[in-house]
Design a protein around this ligand. Structure first.
Ligand code: NAD
Ligand code: NA
Length: 396
């Protein structure tokens, strides 16, 4: 069929297999162009199908010739209905990995559940024996707790008082003021339950209990800090509490891995357009201004550039992993550069509907957003008949 983007609110309900495939191929080419990384060889990526997790899987496979197992939660295609983009990304990734002679298998289901964890452990046991790197890159609005059966929902709210600031509807380009009511009830606990570190620790405990962690194994989860502009709704809001918990969990996991000399890290990454970040108010305006400045300075990065740098310049240098005063790896260093933040803050004050296309990178934001779903990708023929039913080779 001819596949076109169909928008519903902040999400696109269709995706393009050829565009997703091209995105994956572009990321693979980028990693190959940067040369070999002396990294881990048997890698589990939890949240492997889009964003930072997909970039991690690609960097391990094509930078370090690693065998990868990817876990994700994506919608399979059916006749006349496209899959979610992560499905097509994973189909393309596996195809390219297998062509390159690399082991790659995928598991599609709820990573928070005991069943999917056990299925993953069984696969590691059968095929790889042990893993030496575990990337934890889930972004989800809900988590069904595997012990209590409670369905937790995360929120993106300020804590304590109403937050009022500018935001942009990046489809129309309209800049307006938005007020977000403070959280109430169990919002903080629920957000911590979904996006905090409990599930990460459960994964590592389960792997350890079944002797599936290689000596010296490393695990990395991703966090965000951002500027004071977005602090009320992000780092000092409900999601920030979850990130605090995630960061604290890294220390607990490292302690629990002392016997095998294992280590857990949180890497603080740059703000990027992903399905998760497009849904957060205020952030799209910030990102469109940030992109403009970082592109002007020649320091803009996407997920793949970020993760390539994480591996090459932080995790696998052969030396101690450099961390900040709170023990975190920082690859948001370019975003947080004082000169960059000063320029963004200045533009923030000036931004209105009439000038945003000019002073901000609204076009870049939109292109990145459509690219997430495989649309507006350079070199893809969108007028061509395209088969929406694409298999992931290891799933069939
Ligand atoms: P994303 O939405 O692109 O990826 C989320 C991944 O999680 C996908 O592979 C999805 O299939 C998987 N997933 C979601 N729910 C699942 C479930 N129940 N079971 C199995 N898999 C599930 O998100 P992203 O932006 O790459 O975020 C990954 C991490 O990076 C998050 O912790 C996020 O907070 C962090 N981060 C994001 C940004 C940003 O600007 N996007 C910046 C810094 C850090
Ligand atoms: Na991800």
């Amino acid at each position: 069929m001819i596949i076109e983007p169909r928008m519903r609110g902040f999400i696109c309900t269709t995706s393009h297999p050829k565009g997703c495939e091209q995105n994956v191929k572009n990321q693979i080419e980028y990693i190959k162009s940067k040369g070999a990384i002396e990294g881990a060889k048997k890698v589990l990526v939890i949240g492997a199908s889009t964003g930072f997790g997909l970039a991690s899987r690609i960097t391990s496979a094509f930078g370090s010739n690693a065998a990868t197992i990817g876990v994700f939660f994506e919608k399979a295609p059916s006749e006349g209905k496209t899959a979610s983009p992560g499905w097509y990304n994973s189909a393309a990734f596996e195809h390219e990995a297998h062509n390159a002679g690399l082991y790659a298998k995928s598991i599609n289901g709820d990573a928070f559940s005991n069943e999917i964890k056990q299925q993953t452990l069984d696969l590691i046991k059968a095929d790889l024996g042990q893993v030496d790197l575990i990337i934890y890159s889930l972004a989800s609005p809900v988590r069904m707790h595997p012990v209590t059966g409670v369905l937790h929902r995360s929120t993106l709210k300020p804590i304590g008082s109403t937050f009022t600031n500018k935001t942009v509807d990046f489809h129309s380009g309209k800049v307006s003021e938005i007020s977000i009511e403070p959280c109430s009830g169990d919002d903080i606990e629920n957000t911590v339950a979904v996006m905090g570190g409990e599930d990460w620790a459960m994964w590592i405990d389960a792997l350890k209990a079944q002797n599936l962690l290689a000596p010296g194994a490393t695990t990395v989860a991703y966090s965000y800090i951002g500027p004071s502009l977005t602090e009320a709704v992000y780092r000092k809001g409900t999601i920030g509490r979850a990130k605090d918990h995630l960061e604290a969990t890294a220390f607990a996991i490292t302690d629990s891995l002392a016997a095998i000399d294992g280590k857990a890290f949180v890497s603080v990454n740059k703000a990027l357009v992903t399905q998760a970040s497009s849904a957060i108010p205020v952030i799209p305006l910030y990102i469109s201004l940030l992109y403009r400045i970082m592109k002007e300075e020649g320091i803009h990065e996407g997920c793949i550039e970020q993760i390539q740098r994480l591996y090459q310049e932080r995790l696998f240098t052969g030396n101690e992993v450099p961390v900040d005063e709170k023990g975190r790896i920082r690859i948001d260093d370019l975003e947080m550069r004082p000169d960059v933040q000063e320029k963004v803050a200045k533009l923030w004050v000036e931004a209105v509907t009439e000038n945003l296309a000019e002073i901000g990178d609204l076009e870049g934001y939109r292109k990145d957003f459509y690219n997430l779903f495989g649309f507006d990708v350079d070199g893809v023929d969108y007028k061509a008949e395209t088969n929406e039913v694409v298999n992931i080779e290891s799933i069939g």
